[in-house]
Design a protein around this ligand. Structure first.
Ligand code: AMP
Length: 213
């Protein structure tokens, strides 16, 4: 199965993408995770992306398009996958279409996880992330087993881009750019709407239902 998970920042699409990958043996392609890792390692890509990611702005299309295209041209390219956080603009959607065509792959569905803005701000400003295994928790909705620590034992952090001011900027970027993708994929008959308000398993159940329909 080849999927795109679409939704505002904080909609839980990262968590849902990871669950889908675990339970349906899919490869997770998360551009946010890849960019943060590149920044942490101080690579050329990381150096170019850092000023944008820090401010909650979208990294230029060319940079992410090249990153994804390169990932799909490797001999170990993903065959069955979940795209998480890409594409985020119409230009990226067109570039991704071209990448998939090049690889003779086609999409099965685009799952749109809908969550209202107020819920998103509340969720993201309480989010805690593990810098090691990328697992995320929430101070009240999904607390870690031991306060302040991930299941893997690493101390949890608040991602710099989860600070309230940055969260609002990320939401502005989402409404300005990423929402355009909804009519784009709807016109192709690929869009599946899912209500993203609720517990992790509850939302996962809804995703499974729209995929198995
Ligand atoms: P995420 O973890 O998906 O919310 O991504 C975190 C940050 O990485 C975003 O706020 C952007 O700065 C950057 N980013 C991730 N994916 C993309 C993309 N497809 N296009 C542009 N910027 C991106």
């Amino acid at each position: 199965m080849r999927l795109i998970l679409l939704g505002p920042p904080g909609s839980g699409k990262g968590t849902q993408a990871k669950l889908l990958c675990e339970r349906r043996q899919l490869v997770h392609v998360g551009t946010g995770d890849i960019l943060r890792e590149a920044i942490r390692q101080g690579t050329e890509l990381g150096r170019r992306a850092e000023p944008y990611v820090k401010k909650g702005l979208l990294v230029p299309d060319d940079l992410v398009n090249d990153l994804v295209n390169e990932r799909f041209r490797r001999p170990d390219r993903p065959q069955c996958f979940v795209m998480d956080g890409y594409p985020r603009t119409l230009a990226q959607a067109h570039a991704f279409d071209a990448t998939l065509r090049q690889q003779m792959l086609s999409l099965d569905a685009v799952v749109f996880v809908a969550v209202p803005d107020e819920v998103l701000v509340r969720r993201m400003s309480g989010r805690l992330s593990c810098p090691r295994d990328k697992r995320t928790y929430h101070v009240s909705n999904n607390p870690p087993p031991r306060p302040g620590y991930c299941e893997c034992g690493t101390a949890l952090i608040q991602r710099p881009d989860d600070k309230e001011e940055t969260v609002r900027e990320r939401l502005r970027q989402y409404h300005q750019n990423t929402e355009d993708l909804i009519p784009y994929y709807k016109a192709q008959g690929l869009l599946r709407d899912v209500d993203g308000v609720g517990g992790i398993e509850e939302v996962f159940g809804r995703i499974e239902r729209v995929l198995d329909r």
